[in-house]
Design a protein around this ligand. Structure first.
Ligand SMILES: [Mg+2]
Length: 178
């Protein structure tokens, strides 16, 4: 009983898929997941931490997805000014100060855009915000490896604390494309 409870809690931290970088996720991969809509994190997913503009690879990747009709929107815990500017460059809808891992921000934007939860996935680089939030909200979760190594101590500690879950994910049903 206790163990199944613990396992259920652990599942909340496990991504459904793990890829190296966001641009390594192909259109076929996304379709294979039964996903048509993507919620995208910014920092260390589309650009380096606090990067002003998306990485060229991310721009190219998004352009391709748009062409095949896969929807995308930005969901970031960053503030209004930065998120608006970043999403503006990409021409995407956005939710700023989204308070991941809470469900509220994800719920807001998915409802606003009228996306079915069953066909929506979140892509981000952090287990304790992006993956936990996506699992709590009940959508598919895709973890990517951060674009750059963390310099700030707080984030480095967080990375260290992610390690047991990554190890567990590798033994579980999580699909790995690293
Ligand atoms: Mg991030």
């Amino acid at each position: 009983m206790l163990m199944s409870c613990v396992n259920q809690m652990m599942d909340m931290f496990l991504p459904d898929y793990v890829f190296n970088k966001i641009w390594d996720i192909s259109e076929e991969d996304i379709k294979g997941m039964g996903v048509k809509f993507l919620l995208l994190d910014i920092d260390n997913t589309l650009t380096e931490h606090n990067g002003k503009v998306p990485r060229v690879e991310a721009l190219r990747w998004l352009k391709k997805l748009k062409e095949v009709g896969i929807g995308a929107a930005i969901v970031s815990n960053g503030g209004a000014k930065r998120v608006k500017a970043f999403a503006g460059v990409l021409g995407l809808q956005y939710e700023y100060s989204s308070r991941k891992p809470l469900r509220v921000g994800l719920k807001n934007i998915v409802e606003r855009l009228g996306w079915p939860k069953s066909e929506t996935a979140i892509i981000g680089d952090q287990i304790y915000t992006d993956i936990l939030g996506g699992n709590a909200f009940g959508i598919k979760t895709i973890l990517v490896q951060p674009i750059e190594t963390e310099r700030r101590l707080f984030l480095r500690i967080k990375r260290f604390l992610e390690k047991p879950f990554l190890k567990k994910a590798k033994k579980r049903e999580t699909v790995l494309r690293l």
